[in-house]
Design a binder for this molecule. Structure first.
Ligand SMILES: *Cc1c(COP(=O)(O)O)cnc(C)c1O
Length: 408
């Protein structure tokens, strides 16, 4: 089955109760059992079933299975937000004294989080691009994970996953990737050698901007050496499921970052059109980038443009799709604001992956807490505009942006 067919008819799409084509919202905290013995078995994972929604819920479970199938993982754990997914994917394996190597071109919230982790004795070393040549000199025996975004939001640098993963595995280091902007439509990172994939499912997977949520998908392929990851020792017996079992029984449930059932439901409805939306979003984004590239006074960053340094890797890895984000540099902050304020159809809002086209001036919003150096390392300049392209008609978008820029 191809992408959109699998989304609708894949294994994970269960026959829901009474032949329902979408799952019921199991809006309920606790599940009761006939006897103490039965509930005991559920708690011990010796019988299937749900006990308490923070630990597991049927609607959330249905969502986890569907994303897991799209990513080709061993299993998935849904979280209350993308930030929760990023945080817990790391805390599941890290302890004080450990080192992380991460791209400096990460989503602003993730950059802030990595600085927060310093208070817990975790050291983060930043590199401008997540690639072998830059990682190698920073590796020490304390390096426990490399974290990067496949398409950086909003810097739009593209990771060569195969090369990075192969190199890291030789060194016994796992690669965790945030694939929010790439989506499983562009790539299944686990097949390219990533070990764990996280998403802010608030974005493209949800699709209409109506449920904050995140997910962690594990490929089950990384060998967690108990000497290097002491916390993994007691989970080694779960083999390929060690990372997931530790996460589910440990920091994920204990920190309470579960997804609300209604949000899982909204995501399931939303994700059923992921292939359709991404096809339109990617063609709109390329058409818009190509049109704006012709205009004077602005420069455009979009991975698939011939002028872009990531043109080749994006073409190869993503089957000639470039994703839904582009950035425009307008020459100054004033000009950037003027372009944004002149747009007619486009909403000024801090989100991506919506059906509607959204724009934002990242330096004064998402990167407000970063200094200029950190902002510029993330590809955010005073004159940058981030555009999250939606599913409108391309001609309307091109006209709206062209008029806003020409009117400067
Ligand atoms: C939005 C985003 C996040 C954070 O997700 P939330 O759902 O807002 O918590 C993390 N990574 C990337 C790449 C994002 O775009």
């Amino acid at each position: 089955m191809k992408f959109q067919t699998r989304l609708l008819h894949g294994k994970s799409v269960q026959s829901y109760e009474a032949g329902a084509t979408v799952p019921a919202i199991s809006q309920c905290n606790a599940y009761s059992y006939e006897s103490s013995e039965q509930l005991e078995k559920v708690f011990q994972n010796r019988a299937p079933g749900f006990a308490y929604t923070r630990i597991g819920n049927p609607t959330v479970d249905a969502f986890e299975r569907r994303v897991n199938e799209l990513e080709g993982g061993m299993g998935a754990i849904a979280c209350s937000s993308g930030m929760s997914a990023v945080t817990l994917s790391l805390l599941n394996i890290l302890q004080s004294g450990d080192e992380v190597i991460a791209g400096s071109g990460l989503f602003g919230g993730t950059l802030d989080l990595l600085h927060d982790l310093e208070a817990f004795g975790i050291i983060v070393k930043f590199i401008p691009r997540v690639e072998k040549a830059l990682i190698e000199p920073l590796i020490s025996e304390k390096t426990k994970v490399v974290f990067g975004e496949i398409i950086g939001n909003p810097g739009l640098n593209v990771m060569d996953i195969r090369e990075t993963g192969d190199f890291l595995h030789e060194k016994g280091i796992p690669l965790i990737v945030d694939s929010t902007t790439a989506t499983p439509y562009l790539i299944r990172p686990l097949e390219y050698g990533a070990d764990v994939v996280v998403h802010s499912t608030s974005k493209y997977i949800n699709g209409s901007g109506d449920a904050i949520s995140g997910i962690i998908v594990d490929g089950g392929t990384f060998h967690w050496d108990p000497e290097r990851y002491p916390g993994m020792k007691e989970y080694a017996k779960f083999g390929k499921f060690a990372y997931l079992v530790k996460l589910r029984n440990g920091i994920w449930r204990n920190m309470g970052g579960c997804l609300a059932p209604v949000n899982a439901y909204l995501n399931i409805i939303g994700m059923e059109t992921l292939g359709l939306r991404m096809e339109r979003i990617c063609s709109n984004a390329l058409a818009l980038a190509q049109a704006l590239e012709q205009l004077e006074g602005v420069t455009v960053n979009y991975p698939l443009l011939k002028s872009n340094p990531y043109h080749k890797i994006a073409g190869d890895q993503f089957r000639n799709k470039g994703g839904g984000i582009l950035t425009i540099r307008a020459g100054s902050r004033e000009r950037a604001y003027a372009v944004i304020n002149r747009l007619k159809y486009v909403k000024i809002a801090t989100n991506i992956g919506d059906v509607r086209t959204l724009v934002i001036h990242p330096a004064s919003t998402i990167y407000l807490h970063s200094n200029r150096e950190a902002r510029e390392a993330a590809g955010v300049f005073d004159d940058s505009i981030r555009v999250s392209v939606g599913i409108e008609d391309a001609e309307d978008l091109i006209r709206d942006f062209t008029e806003a820029i020409k009117g400067l």
